[in-house]
Design a protein around this ligand. Structure first.
Ligand code: PMP
Ligand code: GLU
Length: 397
């Protein structure tokens, strides 16, 4: 019989991309949908980065690239990691990939054997689950509540570790909660992991430049743990370069080599023009990045304050990224015209149908009492979206 593999059968579709696609379809049908589902800066890539791409084409950068990325770009990434994160990496320890998404799957495929456990604190970014599953690993979650700002503690981590644990995978700033670990919190996590030298920390720092308080901290900065850390980062969020598809890892050499090997068989080196654009981004002025961060902060304040006025929504105060992850469970069990909201999936669908606002259910992020709102959109749309949400929720009883 012609049928897809078990691997694909088991895999769930990306909930973020699915909701974004659904809102595109509804918009195409003429519905006035406000899309707060996808996590993507609404800004256009800064001019100097686009100019570098045009120049790269003119200069003939149109051929295959070295599998781990152009040396110049990897050198620039090493300089950035030194400058911003106080970590020393050689270019050989850096692998550039087609988005941080590919960086993550490379690392997971490189280190996880069937049956290995990967500790993933919830809420987590949707694709982590599918990636661990693809490697035939087992995701082990740590539950974190809104009252602990969705941040796992060293004690919770210790309790989740077993002899089968291969890796710890998390993001800070976090997608979907926006929570950010402090240096002290990261050090406590590092001290736990250092007791288990075979465990690798996969630290997803793609929202590094969208941090609202203090400064972003990298766990690899602690020398005693550095040989157990893979730092994942990319250009999509901080430089508004989602479509360019450039991400990278900085890792112990054996992991970098393994990722290189995998990438060499699947995609080869990342797009030449996008790499040249990324080089200009990383070497260039961070003023546009900071201006975008400032806009995200204004929008965060707006959306959090507006949500506080909506009865029954318990909202966190994100310290980074561009998401808010409120608990909406007080609406579970309530109905409108025979339609009852049982869980976060129903809540998101109800809001889409009755408010024309697209959100993502927290279930895909490992917390089915919450929903994720991406506030990477205009203040005007945010105001209108929350107004519509409040109106639709007021109908429930
Ligand atoms: N990690 C997290 C936490 C993300 O939110 C995203 C956004 N899609 C990625 C990784 C992947 O980013 P990229 O666009 O570089 O593949
Ligand atoms: N990271 C974004 C999000 O979580 C982009 C969509 C995706 O790649 O899943 O919405």
């Amino acid at each position: 019989m012609q049928q897809v593999s078990e691997r694909v059968n088991l895999m769930v579709e990306s909930a973020t991309l699915k909701m974004a696609q659904l809102s595109r379809e509804l918009k195409a049908e003429g519905k006035d949908v406000i899309d707060l589902s996808i996590g993507e800066p609404d800004f256009v890539t800064p001019r100097h980065i686009m100019d570098a791409a045009a120049k790269a084409m003119d200069e003939g950068f149109t051929h295959y690239t070295p599998v781990p990325g152009y040396l110049e770009l990897r050198k620039a990434i090493a300089d950035k990691l030194k400058r911003d994160n106080h970590i020393d990496y050689t270019p050989e320890e850096i692998v550039v990939s087609t988005g941080a998404k590919q960086s993550l799957i490379n690392v997971i495929m490189a280190i996880v054997n069937p049956g290995d456990e990967v500790v993933v604190p919830a809420p987590y970014w949707v694709s982590y689950e599918a990636m661990v599953q693809l490697a035939e690993g087992k995701m082990v979650n740590i539950f974190t509540d809104i009252d602990q700002d969705y941040k796992f503690t060293a004690a919770q981590l210790e309790a989740a570790i077993s002899p089968k644990t291969k890796a710890l995978l998390y993001s800070s700033p976090c997608n979907p909660s926006g929570s950010v670990f402090t240096k002290e919190e990261l050090e406590a996590i590092a001290r736990v992991i250092a007791k288990y030298p075979d465990i690798i920390i996969i630290s997803d720092e793609i929202y590094e430049y969208i941090t609202f308080e203090g400064k972003h901290e990298s766990i690899a900065q602690f020398d005693f743990i550095k040989n157990q850390v893979v730092t994942v980062n990319g250009f999509s969020k901080g430089y508004a370069m989602t479509g360019w598809r450039v991400g990278y890892i900085a890792a112990p050499l054996w992991i970098a080599k393994a990722c290189n090997k995998i990438q060499g068989q699947f995609t080869s080196g990342t797009n030449s023009i996008a790499q040249k654009a990324a080089e200009a981004a990383i070497k260039g002025d961070l003023a546009p990045t900071h201006a975008m961060r400032d806009s995200f902060l204004k929008r965060r304040d707006l959306v959090v304050n507006l949500l506080k006025e909506v009865p029954g929504i318990k909202t966190n105060l994100p310290k980074g990224a561009f998401y808010v992850f409120p608990n909406v469970s007080s609406y579970f069990g309530k109905s409108y015209q025979g339609e009852t909201i049982q869980d976060a999936d129903d809540f998101a669908m109800y809001i889409l149908k009755h408010a024309n606002v697209s959100l993502v259910s927290g279930a895909a992020f490992g917390n089915d009492k919450c929903i994720r709102i991406s506030y990477a959109t205009s203040e005007e749309k945010l105001r209108e979206a929350v107004r519509r949400i409040a109106e639709a929720l007021a109908k429930l009883s």
